[in-house]
Design a protein around this ligand. Structure first.
Ligand code: NDP
Length: 305
């Protein structure tokens, strides 16, 4: 038996189609949901992420605005930009693309975004609401994972869920959401002792460490569902061949680009043990953008209707 691959692209397309209808309905009331994306510096990955977000806004009928600033921008200059976006009625969502340069006070920046426009869910008020289970804007990646599981008909109540990674943007909020859905949750991190044994307790295993292909079969309980949040570049030809040698298309793209995208899970190793898993690319990633669009429309509806 080999594990089923969960199609994140299909699920994201379904969500985007629903968002498009919601945007059409809001437009009939004279409201065009708007998203402002702030990009600082010239990080190539960030540029691609922001371009994709803007493109998706356009495809779904949302208004979008990209604000680009040089890496030398100061915290107070960035705060002034955010305050001005907070005041604008045509902007419903404000996202600040991470990473920000080291000299910028990230907390001050995320705290400056009005909670009503906090489509990334990073403001302390959004974090607090998430913690106590009050309806609010939730961080896109963890919310996307939960939406994916719901649409796949996965039962969470009573299940043992193991989350590897405790960051503020993925691991921690994901663990909270799983708990709110009545899973029994274990959170792991770099100091966890005997990580493979703890992971093997999970009926559901979530990998969000940013460590290429670290999760192998010894981490997976037979029949477990494995959700791979990680996105890493792998450029070691031997490692790529060992994991993807049986995928001619992937190998051809690797030879052309010099790298391939891989998650925190080694799919070739876990496929014989798991019941299902999300691929990289094409798993959790597309859900993140779809949920950002959903959050922007939700923010518009809450603030303007
Ligand atoms: P962070 O670096 O902020 O956090 C990583 C977490 O993993 C930390 O809690 C760290 O532990 C833990 N960790 C690191 N190494 C190990 C290890 N060897 N064993 C156990 N735990 C470990 O990363 P993010 O949460 O921001 O991102 C995680 C991954 O998800 C990245 O690959 C990122 O690219 C990807 N990502 C994907 C998104 C998507 O749309 N699909 C969106 C956001 C992120 P400790 O706290 O002890 O240091």
């Amino acid at each position: 038996m080999t594990a089923r691959i969960i199609d994140g692209i299909r699920i994201a397309n379904d969500i985007k189609e629903e968002v498009r209808h919601q945007v059409d309905a809001l437009k009939q009331q004279g409201i065009t949901p708007g998203l402002a994306a702030i990009l600082v510096g010239e990080n190539p990955s960030s540029q691609i992420y922001v371009a994709n977000k803007v493109k998706t806004c356009q495809a779904l009928g949302l208004y979008s605005e990209k604000l680009e600033f040089p890496a030398a921008i100061t915290t107070s200059q960035l705060l002034a930009q955010i305050w001005s976006l907070n005041e604008r009625n045509d902007i419903d969502g404000i996202l600040v693309q991470a990473p920000l340069p080291d000299h910028v006070d990230k907390r001050a920046v995320f705290n400056a975004v009005s909670p009503a426009k906090d489509v990334d869910g990073f403001h302390p008020q959004s974090v607090g609401n998430l913690c106590i289970g009050t309806e609010s804007l939730q961080p896109c990646t963890p919310a996307g994972v939960i939406e994916m599981l719901r649409r796949e008909g996965v039962t969470l109540a009573g299940q043992r869920a193991v989350v590897v990674g405790r960051s503020d943007i993925v691991g921690k909020p994901l663990a909270l959401l799983l708990m709110h859905h009545h899973a029994t949750v274990t959170i792991c991190h770099s100091r966890t002792r005997d990580l493979p044994a703890v992971c093997r307790e999970g009926d559901l295993l979530f990998a969000a460490m940013g460590r290429a292909a670290m999760i192998t079969e010894e981490f997976v309980k037979p029949g477990a569902l494995v959700i791979d949040v990680g996105i890493n570049r792998l450029s070691d030809p031997a490692k790529v061949a060992a994991i993807f040698g049986h995928e001619p298309k992937r190998m051809e793209a690797f030879r052309k680009n010099g790298y391939t995208l891989i998650g925190d899970v080694n799919p070739t190793s876990i496929a014989p043990v798991a019941s299902a898993y999300t691929p990289v690319p094409g798993g959790v990633g597309p859900l993140t953008i779809a949920m950002l669009m959903k959050n922007t429309v939700k923010a518009a509806r809450l603030r303007r209707t």
